[in-house]
Write a protein that binds this ligand. Sequence first.
Ligand code: SF4
Length: 680
Amino acid sequence: MLDSLKSRPVTRLPDDVHLDGRALFLVDDADAVRRQLGGEDLPWPVELPLRDNISTDEITPAYICYYYDATLGDFPYLGLRAGGEFPITRGSVRRGGFVCSVAGKRRGKGSSREQSPYAEMCAGIKLVIAESIERIYRENCQNLGIFTSTDFGLIERVRRAESIPLSVFTEGEGEITRGIIEFGGLFQYNVARLQRQVSVPAVETRPRPMTLAEKIIARHWVTDLAENRVGIPAVRPGDEGFIRTDIRFSHEYVTPMAAIFWRDYVGEHERVVDPGSVFFFRDHLTFLDLAMTDARKADGLLDVALELKKKQEDFAAQQGIRLYGELPRVGQGLHGIPTGSEAICHSKILESHALPGHVIIGSDSHTPHAGAIGAFAFGVGTTAVFNSWLTKDVRLKVPPSVLIRVNEQRPAGVTAKDFMLQILRHPYVRDGHAIGKIVEYAGTGVEALDIDERATMTNMAAEVGAFTGLIRPDEKAVDFLVRERGARADEVRALFEGLFSDPGAEYETVIDIDAAALQPMVALPGDPGNGLFIAELGKRVKVDIAYAGSCTAGKKSDMDMYAAVFQDALDRGRRIAAGVQCIVQCGSQEVKRYCEAQGYLEVFRDVGAQFIEPSCGACINAGPGVSYDQETVTISAINRNFPGRSGPGQLYLASPYTTAASAVAGYITAWHPGAAPKDG
Ligand code: SF4
């Protein structure tokens, strides 16, 4: 434990809470919102409809998330639509003296970004009331020390500056959540754990047949943080506690805000615990300069976004943490032309750091990528990242498991991406039943895949909505670790001991997919669950952009697929179709070196594709390959195609083979080796 925290005073909040201030009603009427900002208090019950479904995008739009510190308090609700207008302006909530913010149903839906409740907190909001509150947003509020309630009766009590029993906010909560609320946030609760002021309730699950994931969780279960004790015989779904991490990583969207928390709560000169197992990445916004509109640049948003890079670099240097950063820019300083990154976070973690049986947390929903070699890897929010720097552990309620078996031999040209598009259109997944669950992939079709292809499946556990995805490690994992890291085969095999699901392990559902019946697929624009066999498309879809990159599709095996299609095209005298912009972007410098060694860079050049250095780029609407109007059609090997993900155009998802073949044809088509597609 950090010495400074051993004696840090940390106490439970008083039994009575005093919240003295105004209530802001987020109503669907722009004029009424403006009047409140101007000083008028609306009566309760309010006569106007409260806004339902306020998303975190409305609380803090994506470009606002380039801010990472208390400046965020200038911006809460900047994207809030009220009566078709956006009545909230910079600084208006903070100036209004509001302590309580009131809305209708499903407050805080959408992205899990913690910038939203943090912006509210920095603007003075201490209590969020709504008819219903989304789970992750609510947890983020509790972690930050913001009270949440569905009791509208509290509004008048706040206005009268009455004291409110703390138990009003803890009633019905589990013991850990109750502790977090009583101590005023996750950090304070963790300090109390370190000081042994509180103990997490012991798990008393008796030995039982367990899944692979449950075994990893049980091995990492923290039984005493202060004494550094880890491991229990068994867990079952629903058990709650903390698990020890082996690797913690974050990227530039999250590290700076977590670093501010570190400075403010822990102390600038304190050291992150075990910095050797922490990694930072500059990957998401490397090429933002090339994609941001001039209007946004004129508003100073590029400068703000570049601060994220600088802040992460400074914190990494100060803490001695390995940063996989940007390649040197061409030209002077921050405003030179970006040339790329060392690696995309998930790509590097799998390539160089993850091991079978590890627990890995990352600041990104696609953290399960490392599940390809049997690691238990999942995404977490900013407060969890920050707290893990202190405790090396993370809170977990054991999720139920789902087994997805892909059996039989896949036809030529069918890839792991096609498996995933088929899984995503399965009714169980499409209807949201897999949300928050652990997905274990198995079956002969999965066993036949190499580790890169398995990573496509575990990566896209995020699109399934799963807590994570993973695959039992086997000889393919041995080959991978020996080849990529120079590991010793016997040492790798020793890591596998016990890493399999027991006969009789409990799965909520088992889904069987017949690989032999699959064909190359696309997902229609709007959702990765909109999958179809290409043969079912029913029309010729002309493409303008073909994007062959991202963490999902920038691995070595993906490059093999692009190069195979392009070499085949060259052999038949074909190149990228006229009018199609084709971009190949790899996931790491290691993959680039592989492409050089294989002669792929020449193939990409000769066929007319543009090869660019690693970064998230177009995958997150921040680099070459994005669309700029609704008519543009993109075929892309990335993992998700929600509206606006890669610009305003129509984005079809497909495998690396299909993306490359469509670039050559000029329209969406599967790859038929040796058969040059007809002109589009
Ligand atoms: S490439 Fe896309 S999906 Fe992968 S980490 Fe970057 S933004 Fe996320």
